[in-house]
Ligand binder design. Structure first.
Ligand code: UDX
Length: 428
């Protein structure tokens, strides 16, 4: 068992702290927001992550997991200090490292001599050096240990990683950090910090590339009269392609892909390489928002000026409550700009939600209420429960039974039999 401090209690930090305490380590999880720490001390988890509540309760019961506002006090006892603070996108597209530098400067003087700082935040290549300088210590190694957690399955992904990547110049530090993951049946890769940081960006950028590729293929399918679902199925049998992350949709979003793809373009440019391919991936994604918006307007009869549009889905994907960089909201914003009146339902976004991203979108707590008098229904996230709703009832409440299924979630034949006009993505 080791003493661990985790700086930052967001999606990554809270998941890391709860999972590490579940593995038997003594963990102090630190944040700067008093209300968040008070809620966590009561076992009230502020984010929707399957299994996280249980692990936080377990850690509090076993007294292996503590929440604190005192970073200095937490790191003074710690052998390992995880940095899990945000690295938001700066105005110029590069990653903003101010949070991680501030955290490093704050804890530097209080670290034990044999401590190791583990950087889990997604940071540009070379940032390990930046953290080392901000720590102001020559005796504390900094190790890169990027996270590969998907929101909505963060606990599962932490406990069952496809791989653990450790980037360190100090082999002794790499071995000690590797010891934290010995309980996990996953390949362990030890490399240098720059390679570890690049693995993270390259992995996210490649996943975004797969999605933009399938969204572009969906447009081709519409043009040539093919069905993208069959095309993806046929592609996926090829083990070199696989069928994961080849689901067409409204475009990719969330707190990672948009930020990381732009940051990687910038990192490459700063290093002298013009990453045209990745710029194309980003362009295709921006175009997808407009394509789906156009589909909805066309399906509503060519204009949504002063007319109602129903939306199912506000978050950036199903099984999360996160609306950051949500394609759903981007599309609804574009519809608002064309004069639409929006009423939206999302299983993870209650009407009472205080979220300025939802300005001038009427949020309701019932999927049928969202459809009242709507000219068209836009399905924007792939919540499974939406498939099993009563579509006769949906048709009755709408001004006209028309649906744009931006996730190819619903069964087209069922809807057509019920008198709906149905339009998906990549399906003629
Ligand atoms: C991603 C990476 O998957 C994860 O490894 C990394 O650590 C953080 O970023 P996340 O952003 O939580 O995780 O969500 P993810 O499931 O990757 O989805 C990202 C976006 O792609 C969502 O908007 C999702 O709807 C979209 N997507 C995903 C598709 O449109 N089609 C797909 O087939 C898969």
């Amino acid at each position: 068992m080791s003493e661990i401090a985790v700086i930052g209690a967001g999606y990554v930090g809270l998941t890391t702290a709860a999972c590490m305490s579940h593995l038997g380590h003594e963990v102090a999880c630190v944040d700067v927001v008093p209300e968040k720490i008070e809620r966590l001390r009561r076992g009230d988890v502020p984010i929707l992550e399957a299994g996280l509540d249980e692990l936080v309760q377990e850690g509090l019961r076993s007294a292996l997991l503590h929440f604190s506002l005192d970073a200095a006090g937490a790191v003074a006892q710690a052998e390992f200090v995880y940095l899990c603070v945000p690295t938001p996108q700066g105005l110029d597209g590069s990653a903003d490292l101010s949070y991680i530098e501030d955290a490093a400067r704050e804890i530097g003087p209080f670290l034990q001599p044999e401590a190791i700082v583990i950087n889990k935040s997604t940071v540009p290549v070379g940032s390990t050096r930046v953290v080392e300088q901000a720590l102001g210590r020559g005796d504390v190694p900094v190790v890169s240990n990027p996270e590969f957690l998907r929101e909505g399955s963060a606990v599962h992904d932490f406990m069952h990683p496809d791989r653990v990547v450790i980037g360190a110049d100090d082999q002794g530090a790499a071995i000690r950090v590797a010891g934290l993951y010995l309980g996990m049946a996953a390949p362990l890769q030890v490399t240098d910090p720059a390679s570890a940081e690049t693995i993270k960006y390259a992995s996210n950028a490649f996943l975004a590339t797969k999605i933009s590729f399938v969204n572009a293929i969906a447009a081709v399918c519409e043009a040539v009269g093919a069905d993208v679902n069959d095309v993806v199925l046929g592609m996926g049998y090829d083990k070199r392609i696989g069928n994961a992350f080849l689901r067409p949709g409204p475009g990719w979003g969330g707190s990672c892909f948009p930020k990381d793809s732009r940051a990687l373009v910038r990192i490459a440019e700063d290093a002298g390489y013009d990453f045209d391919l990745l710029k194309g991936v980003i362009t295709v994604n921006d175009e997808q928002f407009e394509r789906v918006t156009d589909k909805i307007v066309t399906r509503a009869g060519g204009s949504v000026e002063g007319r109602r549009v129903a939306a199912w889905g506000l978050t950036f994907k199903a099984r999360t409550d996160d609306t950051r960089d949500s394609p759903s909201i981007e599309i609804l914003r574009r519809l608002r700009a064309r004069g639409a009146l929006i009423r939206a339902y999302d299983p993870a976004v209650p009407r009472s939600t205080e979220d300025d991203r939802l300005a001038d979108i009427e949020v309701v707590d019932d999927p049928y209420a969202a459809c009242a008098d709507a000219e068209v229904l836009a399905v924007l996230t792939e919540w499974d429960e939406l498939k099993w709703l009563d579509f006769d009832k949906v048709a009755e409440t709408m001004a006209a039974p028309r649906v744009v299924d931006a996730r190819n979630l619903l069964d087209r034949n069922t809807l057509v039999r019920r008198g709906f006009e149905y339009e998906g993505i990549g399906r003629t």
